[in-house]
Design a protein around this ligand. Structure first.
Ligand code: HAM
Length: 428
């Protein structure tokens, strides 16, 4: 047993899985980049008040899950449990909202929630998120949703579902909330549920217990009580998603864990993930900027769980990204050859070719094994005899073909082998 282990509920990603993790994150980031989102880098901890006010004091995230502590100066700080509040804080602080709108930002990194750890639920989780601030055009809602959908599809995922609904706004939600509270007051609820209903009646709709689902079958739903503006906004969004052939299902009982949502809300769900099936989620937060002391601008965004998206690729049996560590592997026999190969490796790397080599005077057989294990497509084998002749053996590790190449020609020959597509068998 090691003296130290990672903190409870915190995943390590070590090779080879770390490579797949990076591919998942980068693929999601690229989908945002293609839609014009600029990267934003934010602190991992913030003034605690930013989250209590931004995310909402009654949410589980704020009331039970935050890593909050006093720093040595006595300030209360919190490890960020989510990204939207911090982005909004930075947008206001740097006056980005005074420039061209919408402001479109993308981020990735670690978030912290003191949750009960289980499969797919961690205390340090990683997200890729985007936020688009300063427009309530439903075309933007569709864009945000489509960026996530595209990212998932580019990874090869197909077994997920997009749940969509509208939570209304300050014009229609208060009246609906009262209607729902009145309905709930007529039910016989246990103590914990009564308390939940008191804090936020909407949360009760999410109760998965069968007897609760039965009792809630006739509960009024927000989607049926939207004001004309919210209804038109939602209809327009649906029309755009339909036109773009982005599939979704209406889920008017969806409940998000954060308080800032208005109008459009959505969740990508992967049934292959088990109990923690949310791969990503988001929505509009039209009151958040004003709530945090900024002007009254609307916004929409998503947070995708990178950990869970990786788990989803595994659940679908997908191999994500290139599993190889390098493309070329140097196998020197003898000290002089090791020096010459270290120079060649350096040259290849400068030319953009991924290259590794055997160190420490490994025996030829051991070094060839390491070459195969690295995933390289080419081994460069160099011994005293080749050195004397000014050549190197270039071995194609996939086909087994080997040729003797003048040292001066290594770069173009390696390039040619790497660029050559594997022959496709012709049938018929
Ligand atoms: P969220 O739904 O709380 O939204 O989190 C987004 C995603 O992060 C989840 O769908 C899930 O994949 C992942 N996630 C959350 N908690 C955990 C955990 N404990 N372990 C592993 N993965 C987890 C937000 O955070 C919002 N800021 C999203 C957003 C951006 N809404 C608007 N803009």
């Amino acid at each position: 047993m090691a003296d130290f282990t990672a903190p409870k509920g915190v995943p390590d990603y070590v090779p080879p899985l770390s490579r797949a993790f990076g591919t998942v994150r980068d693929t999601l980031l690229r989908a945002a980049d293609r839609a014009g989102y600029s990267p934003i880098e934010l602190p991992l901890f913030e003034d605690t008040g930013l989250f209590t006010r931004g995310v909402g004091e009654s949410t589980d995230v704020v009331s039970k899950e935050m890593y909050t502590f006093a720093d040595r100066g006595g300030r209360s700080v919190t490890l960020r449990p989510e990204g939207t509040a911090g982005v909004m804080r930075a947008v206001i602080e740097h006056g980005l909202d005074r420039g061209p709108l919408p402001v479109k930002l993308v981020y990735s990194g670690a978030f912290f929630r003191y949750e009960r750890p289980q499969a797919g639920r961690y205390r340090q989780l990683q997200q890729v998120g985007i936020e688009a601030i300063g427009s309530d055009d439903p075309t933007l809602d569709a864009e945000v949703i489509a960026v996530a959908d595209e990212g998932f599809r580019e990874l090869g995922l197909s077994g997920f579902r997009l749940d969509l609904t509208s939570l209304g706004d300050t014009a229609c939600r208060p009246a609906y909330r009262e209607r729902l509270a009145a309905f709930l007051a007529g039910l016989e609820l246990d103590e914990a549920t009564t308390e939940r209903a008191r804090i936020n009646p909407l949360r009760v709709l999410d109760d998965k217990r069968p007897h609760m689902q039965d009792m809630l079958a006739d509960a009024p739903l927000m989607i049926d009580h939207l004001c004309p503006e919210c209804r038109a906004h939602f209809e327009r969004l649906r029309a755009i998603l339909d036109a773009q052939a982005v599939p979704y299902v209406l889920n008017p009982r969806m409940v998000r864990g954060l308080d800032y949502y208005t109008r459009t809300t959505f969740e990508f769900v992967h049934p292959g993930l088990g109990a923690q099936s949310g791969m990503g989620g988001g929505g509009r937060y039209d009151g958040l900027m004003a709530e945090l002391g900024g002007q009254s601008l609307s916004g929409i965004g998503f947070g995708i769980g990178v950990d869970r998206t990786l788990l989803a690729t595994q659940a679908e049996g997908l191999t994500v990204g290139d599993q190889s560590r390098c493309d070329v592997y140097g196998v020197p026999v003898g000290e002089a050859a090791a020096l010459a190969l270290s120079v060649i490796s350096h040259k290849l790397r400068r030319a953009g070719i991924r290259c590794d080599m055997a160190y420490g005077g490994r025996a030829l057989k051991t070094a060839m094994k390491a070459a195969a294990g690295s995933g390289a497509r080419i081994a460069l084998v160099l011994g005293d005899r080749e050195l004397a002749a000014g050549t190197v053996e270039v071995k194609n590790l996939a086909s087994g073909e080997q040729s003797t190449v003048p040292l001066a020609d290594v770069l173009p020959v390696v390039r040619a082998v790497l660029d050559a597509r594997p022959a496709v068998p012709v049938s018929g």
